[in-house]
Design a protein around this ligand. Structure first.
Ligand code: GRF
Length: 217
């Protein structure tokens, strides 16, 4: 399965995908292209070190939304993208891209949707909001992207306990390492194995045909 990974920042999620392709957990998955929303993203260096092609497609370089969307769309189509992975991507994808890749775009969000999500909830903010609200668990969510911000079908979620001495920064770090970097490759594996079914905005995960039924042996 050809994936394109869209990034804006440090690229730790991208790295977790690269590492799992290398160690065989994502066998059959190929990163065709990394698209960065800005030329300064450290994720670009990670892609280059892994020998993955990179393009910078920045919204500010296009005078209209339509031109930006059409550039993005042709970049994805040119490399025969089968799944678009938003891994800390901070630009908005336009409706033409979302329509063309319907049910084939996933995003990782650093909170348990529907909490602490929606416009403006990126970077450190979901973690600040979680601590301000006093929730006792937080975590990450991988979901499909549709035209409504953070409202697409949820594929996977993982929660961790909030510690009494957590700061937004410590919480962000733990969620990145313990949740995001586990969940995003897992979701890609499930999709590559065609184990994700969507009905009425709800995801059902189908049993692994290899392990299914083994417990009866
Ligand atoms: C992650 O917390 C991700 O969930 C969020 O932005 C951060 C990106 O981290 N949307 P990285 O660029 O993968 O290191």
């Amino acid at each position: 399965m050809n994936i394109s990974v869209l990034v804006s920042g440090g690229g730790t999620n991208l790295q977790s995908i690269i590492d799992r392709i290398r160690n065989g957990h994502l066998a059959g998955v190929h990163i065709s292209l990394v698209i960065a929303s800005n030329a300064e993203a450290y994720a670009i260096k990670r892609a280059e070190s892994a020998g993955v092609p990179v393009r910078v497609i920045a919204r500010k370089d296009f005078s209209t939304r339509e031109e930006y969307d059409s550039q993005m769309l042709s970049a994805l189509v040119d490399v025969k993208t089968e799944l678009v992975v938003l891994a800390g991507f901070l630009s908005l994808l336009g409706p033409s891209v979302i329509r063309q890749f319907s049910e084939r775009i996933i995003n990782i969000h650093p909170a348990l949707i529907p909490s602490f999500c929606g416009p403006g909830m990126y970077g450190i903010r979901p973690h600040q909001a979680a601590l301000e609200r006093g929730v006792k668990v937080s975590g990450a969510t991988v979901h499909f992207v549709n035209e409504h911000y953070d409202e697409g079908p949820i594929i996977l979620q993982k929660a961790i306990d909030i510690m009494p001495d957590d700061t937004p920064e410590t919480l962000q770090k733990r969620i990145m390492v313990e949740c995001e970097q586990e969940l995003l490759p897992q979701a890609i594996r499930l999709i590559a194995d065609r184990r994700v079914q969507i009905t009425n905005n709800i995801v059902t995960l189908l049993a692994d045909p290899i392990t299914a039924g083994k417990e009866t042996l």
